[in-house]
Design a protein around this ligand. Sequence first.
Ligand SMILES: CC(C)(COP(=O)(O)OP(=O)(O)OC[C@H]1O[C@@H](n2cnc3c(N)ncnc32)[C@H](O)[C@@H]1OP(=O)(O)O)[C@@H](O)C(=O)NCCC(=O)NCCS
Length: 145
Amino acid sequence: MPAGEPGEEIQIREGEARDLEAVYRLGLASPSLQPSATAPYLEKDELPGLLRDVLLVAEAEGSLVGFLLAEIYGPLGYIALLSVAPAFHRQGVASKLLEECGKRLRKKGVERLGGFAFQDKGVKRLLLRLGYTAGKSYIWMDRRI
Ligand SMILES: CC(C)(COP(=O)(O)OP(=O)(O)OC[C@H]1O[C@@H](n2cnc3c(N)ncnc32)[C@H](O)[C@@H]1OP(=O)(O)O)[C@@H](O)C(=O)NCCC(=O)NCCS
């Protein structure tokens, strides 16, 4: 993966089947994306399902450096996964992914975009800056059944 240089060209495009392995690895490398203490954020057999609604990937020099998965529930676009490689943080990659996602969802008739954000991490600041408002806070809990 290239190092993130300020001003480096970042391309946002629709994710395809060939991106899924890299998407999976990038997500796995991000501790913040693992809400559960008992399971990974995604099982490998769930990967093809990521192409169902809106999967956007960010590329720099042909390498995947970020992705956003949004699922559509009627008028709501739910931000299910958002991750940017650490070398590319604070360069506007997530902002670009969110903006492009909003454009695409609007064309599909979706009215709102939202999801869960960590209280104490940059993502909350990012979303506030982009005009999102904060609702209630929850703690993820799960168990094997
Ligand atoms: C959260 C995340 C997606 C942000 O990606 P990014 O490409 O760095 O975000 P942007 O460059 O578009 O951020 C722009 C603004 O967001 C805020 N921001 C982003 N990261 C921040 C951080 N670590 N600390 C404080 N503010 C932060 C700032 O306001 C920033 O503007 P600034 O750089 O001018 O101060 C990225 O840090 C990440 O992948 N984190 C791990 C996974 C995660 O938390 N995903 C979200 C799950 S809900």
